[in-house]
Ligand binder design. Structure first.
Ligand code: 13P
Ligand code: ZN
Length: 273
């Protein structure tokens, strides 16, 4: 059984390549994780020998006990995923307490999961519960225009949501719940993970000021599509703001409500007046 031929592994690597081609993954910037289905996990269990060492996750994720994740390695470059997958990514299993992980496949030559492992797993835990097991992909990218916007706009959920919804009708349809913005924090730990995962109870997108974007979705296509939509809207917003720094949201709350009912999505009422 060739793990590299599994559909989810191919989809994972394709997303990494697409993200790299967009310019969101300079050097080792960004990380990605996928929660395996029970069937996919059974196949891995039957075809791998676990590493004998358990490592601390750096937080506790009791809802993810014995789950498996395909995840990017710390310090690894997205651009290398297709050519050197077994060095760049790996599959881990969580222990029965949700405190430690061990490596089942990949991470050749001493690799380890991303330094953002706590945030990824805390987000998975929230999304598994709040989406009734549907969401499986968590993606972090250093999205050029979103990051730039955090230096220009007030860092509030409302300002970012209303200004980005404004850019094209797809925006309120693709992220009707809006998005969250977190002030600058030290990356790679439990504290930023707790703050991000709390916001993931409400949103599928959380922006880390002066750093990047986290998003969550069901499939690789939906996840990449969500990141791409938000980042494209941010690019347009930067262009508009560079000519008119006083731009205010143009779409009215009534127009947003009308869009929501036409496309059968529930626009987050807290952003409507
Ligand atoms: P890793 O190489 O540990 O995944 O870190 C990259 C990153 O973007 C940290 O936020
Ligand atoms: Zn980052």
């Amino acid at each position: 059984m060739d793990i590299l031929n599994q559909e989810y592994v191919k989809g994972f690597i394709r997303l990494m390549t697409d993200g790299s081609n967009r310019g969101w993954h300079e050097r080792n910037g960004g990380n990605l994780s996928y929660r395996l289905t029970l069937n996919e996990a059974e196949i891995i269990k039957a075809n791998t020998t676990p590493d004998s060492n358990w490592f601390s996750i750096g937080t506790t994720v009791p809802e993810l006990c014995e789950e498996m994740f395909l995840i990017t390695g710390t310090g690894k470059f997205f651009k290398n995923a297709a050519e050197y997958p077994e060095e760049t990514i790996g599959i881990i299993e969580i222990d029965s307490k949700g405190e430690n992980y061990r490596i089942l496949w990949g991470f050749l030559n001493g690799g380890r999961p991303t330094s953002e492992l706590p945030t990824h797993l805390m987000n998975h835990e929230v999304k598994k519960k709040w989406t009734n097991n549907r969401h499986r992909v968590i993606y972090h990218a250093h999205t050029t225009n979103i990051i730039s916007l955090t230096f220009i706009l007030p860092q509030t959920d409302e300002v970012f949501t209303r200004q980005l919804w404004d850019m094209m009708p797809e925006c309120p349809v693709v992220f009707p719940e809006g998005l969250g913005v977190i002030e600058w924090m030290v990356p790679g730990g439990e504290e930023i993970g707790m703050k991000t995962s709390k916001m993931m109870e409400e949103y599928n997108i959380v922006i880390w000021s002066n750093h990047g974007t986290f998003c969550s979705e069901e499939t690789f296509d939906f996840t990449f599509g969500l990141m791409d939509t938000v980042e494209k809207a941010a690019e347009m917003l930067i262009k508009v703001l560079s000519i008119n720094p006083n731009k205010q949201p143009v779409m009215t709350s009534d127009q947003l409500r009308a869009l929501g009912s036409k496309y059968n999505v529930s626009i987050n009422p807290k952003f409507l007046k």
